[in-house]
Ligand binder design. Structure first.
Ligand code: CP
Ligand code: NVA
Length: 308
């Protein structure tokens, strides 16, 4: 019988009920950090980076240790993968020794190839297209603030075509939220991702809006979110078109009373977010960064329990 395995390559790899289960477990693990030890042994998890990272690296390393396991952290430059060894060969070697593979890479097709070639769970730790672990942490943060996610409105501002915008579209739609993307008209999210988010929202009671009007997107929103205008690998990009989408005090004033602000970090104060907002009373970015730990521990536990 072929082994059963669950991967987390994009936000819609979890159904609405499954996403809620993972978020419930994340909340429980935040209260009692050592309650679950699915990696006792220790079993190892390979955590591979083709791009830089602070939060993802730390939260997976700490989280895997807290689950009783061992994190084998490798940078592309120090592995044969970085010298062109086929992804499928790497997958076959890793699966015989590790219990899961976490990978930050460029193209989504690369992580899909890894998942197709292995019998252990593969987790997307950021690709050019999606950053689904971050969205789990963000949803945990929004739950902590407001309770239920369904019916809440999250508005994202800036680069509409990046991993965060795409993951907000899928992850928030899955949670039954109203997700608004405000981005320059000529730099919209991938239409296929928008269509998928609309289809998910139709089943969860959420909604999807893509607009070039930042003020309209912010109006009455419960959460304002943004991300760097220059994602990894885009250095030197002209960011002038994003300037009307900066999250500043004026934009925050248009949001709902009690609205909170998210940013996955690293942040560039005075660019995509005003320093007074990032460091101000409505910012929840430090909780958001901490929640990477709890959400990913919950995710790994959940995936491991469903993979044999
Ligand atoms: N938010 C996030 O993924 O941060 P790192 O790039 O530091 O991992
Ligand atoms: N969009 C950003 C997210 C960083 C966590 C990037 O890909 O660089």
């Amino acid at each position: 019988m072929s082994p059963k395995v669950r991967h987390f390559l994009r936000d819609d790899d979890l159904t609405p009920a499954e996403q809620a289960d993972v978020l419930d477990l994340a909340a429980a693990l935040k209260k009692d950090r050592f309650a679950r030890r699915p990696l006792d042994g220790p079993r190892s998890v390979a955590v591979l980076f083709d791009k830089p990272s602070t939060r993802t690296r730390v939260s997976f390393a700490v989280g895997i240790a807290e689950l009783g396991g061992h994190a084998l952290i490798m940078d592309a430059g120090s592995s044969q993968l970085g010298r062109g060894e086929p992804i499928s060969d790497t997958a076959r070697v890793l699966e015989r020794q590790v219990s899961a593979i976490v990978w930050r890479t460029a193209g989504q097709e690369r992580i899909e190839e890894m998942a197709a070639g292995t019998t252990v769970p593969v987790v997307n730790a950021l690709t050019d297209e999606f950053h689904p672990c971050q969205i789990l942490a963000d949803l945990q943060t929004v739950r902590e603030e407001f309770g239920d996610l369904a019916g809440r409105t999250l508005a994202y501002f800036g680069d509409g075509a990046n991993n965060m915008a795409h993951s907000y579209l899928l992850g928030c739609a899955t949670a039954g939220m109203n997700v608004r993307i405000a981005a320059p008209e000529d730099l919209p999210p991938d239409p296929a991702v928008v269509d998928r988010a609309i289809a998910i929202a139709a089943g969860t009671g959420g909604s999807v809006t893509v607009t070039a009007d930042a003020e309209q997107a912010a109006a009455g929103a419960d959460v304002l979110a943004t991300d760097t205008w220059v994602s990894m690998g885009q250095e030197g990009k002209d960011t002038s078109r994003y300037e009307p989408y900066a999250v500043d005090e004026a934009l925050l004033a248009s949001a709902a009373p009690g609205a909170v602000v998210l940013h996955c970090l690293p942040a560039y104060r005075g660019k995509e977010i005003a320093a007074t907002v990032l460091d101000g009373p409505r910012s929840r970015v430090w909780n958001e960064a901490e929640n990477r730990l709890h959400a990913q521990k919950a995710l790994l536990t959940w995936l491991l329990e469903r993979s044999t």
